[in-house]
Design a protein around this ligand. Structure first.
Ligand code: MN
Length: 480
């Protein structure tokens, strides 16, 4: 990889936020002066690390304060500077961001000491105050993982496990797929080097083998869209190595993984997404049960796209993903992609988006409210948010995310507490079931209520997974 310099960062910032350039330059010079003489284990001057972190943040179109904080993120820990100095020389926002990142950096996620649990809680609840702290921390972790070869084997494994446990789920929840997949691959590489190498080889072979087919399709679709005057861009995308690894571990055969390679088609509007879909289906036969409309049914982390698997040239199955340029930006970078200068103060805009659009935010606030004990809090976050999830539908077609093992009771409380408190049974995929019924992926759920019901029963407490359900049931029982 070529070494970055300040101008690379400034050029990138120029593209989306030209007014921010002066401040970014100042932050770079400031950090460079403070870190002078310090070296990374790779032998590079220390400033290369914060510069890379800031660059990752600029790729995500971070606001000026975020980029500056990225450049300054290690100055509180490693140099003589104080938080007040940063507030004075920049502003309070930048100082708070750097301070937040510094606190998180001192954590060790792999020990179970009480002090540490308290800190893990801090990092996770930090999201509820300013999600940009987590985004900077993700960029910091990504660059550290990219340069992990200079650390001891013990450190490599420890960092990789921590990355998988904490940072990958966080990246997923804010929809930052690009960071998520790179973190997954880097972790896998250090945790299971042999498996990583084997899948990497398979991937190269498949890529080579499908190159011809994909290029033909790309050319064909390209000319169809050009003829229809639809502004577009098409890319070939490969599933990340960890994604392939996971599917193989689940017992899938390589030949069954149809999205190993896919065509990503970006167009200028939602209407043109559907026109493009029509054109593709009339040219290549689709497999009916592989079609997914994430445009009108976004994932719970706001990912939007149409997915369709079709018989391509040579009768190969090829997945195509169709989305707008805007959706693609959000799919790559998540929450930060919504922000632009015209919308105003980045922190407020992003916190508001987070509250309104991302389901996990509400669960997080709830868990934080209910669990006083740090150990319990961390345990609950891990089992409710950072573990396997299922996705079920309301009768209106809205997608609800629940932890694996959740019951119809959890569903009812997630929708509304009155619904849970008056629930007598549920209808799951047209079948009447008990409230304790354990839900599965893709279930369609309707809650049956009766205002004369006895209300939630104490036994339900053992049947539910979510904090909200537990809390509401306890409240109801106490109130009676
Ligand atoms: Mn750092």
């Amino acid at each position: 990889m070529k070494e970055l310099c300040l101008n690379d960062l400034l050029d990138l910032v120029e593209l989306y936020n030209p007014e921010g350039k002066e401040k970014v330059k100042k932050a770079y010079e400031y950090a460079e002066r403070l870190h002078k003489g310090q070296m990374r284990q790779s032998g590079e001057p220390y400033i290369s690390h914060p510069l890379n972190v800031a660059y990752i943040l600029a790729e995500m179109h971070g606001d000026t304060d975020t980029i500056c904080a990225g450049l300054l993120h290690d100055t509180l820990e490693d140099t003589i500077i104080k938080k007040e100095d940063i507030a004075h020389d920049f502003n309070q926002e930048v100082a708070n961001l750097v301070d937040g990142v510094t606190k998180i950096s001192k954590l060790n996620f792999s020990t179970k000491q009480d002090q540490n649990m308290a800190n893990i809680r801090k990092i996770i609840t930090g999201i509820t105050e300013d999600v940009r702290i987590i985004i900077i921390k993700l960029a910091d972790r990504l660059h550290n993982m990219r340069t992990l070869q200079f650390k001891s084997e013990f450190k490599q494994k420890e960092n990789s496990m921590e990355t998988m446990d904490i940072f990958v789920p966080l990246a997923y929840y804010i929809g930052a797929y690009r960071i998520k997949s790179e973190l997954e691959d880097l972790s896998l590489k250090y945790l299971y080097p042999d498996k990583y190498k084997r899948i990497e080889d398979i991937k190269l072979r498949v890529e080579d083998d499908s190159k011809h087919c994909l290029n033909e399709m790309l050319t064909t679709i390209n000319s169809i869209l050009t003829n229809q005057d639809i502004p577009h861009d098409i890319k070939v995308r490969t599933k990340n190595i960890y994604g392939i690894y996971k599917r193989l571990e689940q017992g899938h055969k390589l030949s069954d993984i149809h999205d190993l390679l896919s065509l990503k088609i970006m167009v200028d509007s939602i209407a043109n997404c559907y026109l493009t879909l029509g054109s593709i289906h009339s040219k290549y036969h689709p497999i009916n049960d592989k079609f997914k409309d994430y445009i009108y049914n976004p994932k719970t982390n706001m990912y939007q796209s149409l997915h369709t698997t079709v018989f391509g040239e040579d009768d190969r199955l090829v997945q195509t993903q169709i989305r707008t340029f805007e959706m693609d930006k959000i799919a790559s970078f998540g929450l930060t992609a919504y922000w632009d200068i015209k919308k105003g103060n980045a922190r407020d805009v992003m916190q508001e988006d987070l509250k309104q659009k991302y389901q996990f935010f509400k669960s997080l606030v709830e868990i934080n409210k209910v669990f006083g004990d740090n150990q319990e809090f961390v345990y609950q976050v891990k089992s409710e948010l950072f573990s396997d999830k299922i996705y079920v539908y309301t009768t209106k077609g809205d997608i609800i995310e629940l932890p694996k093992g959740a019951t119809a009771i959890d569903f009812a409380y997630k929708i509304h507490s009155d619904l849970g408190n008056t629930m007598i049974s549920a209808v799951v995929n047209d079948k009447v079931v008990d409230p304790e019924y354990e839900l599965r992926n893709k279930d369609r759920v309707r809650v049956i209520t009766d205002v004369l019901s006895y209300g939630p029963r104490e036994e339900w407490l053992d049947k539910v997974q979510t904090t909200k359900a537990k809390r509401k049931i306890r409240e109801f029982i106490k109130g009676n």
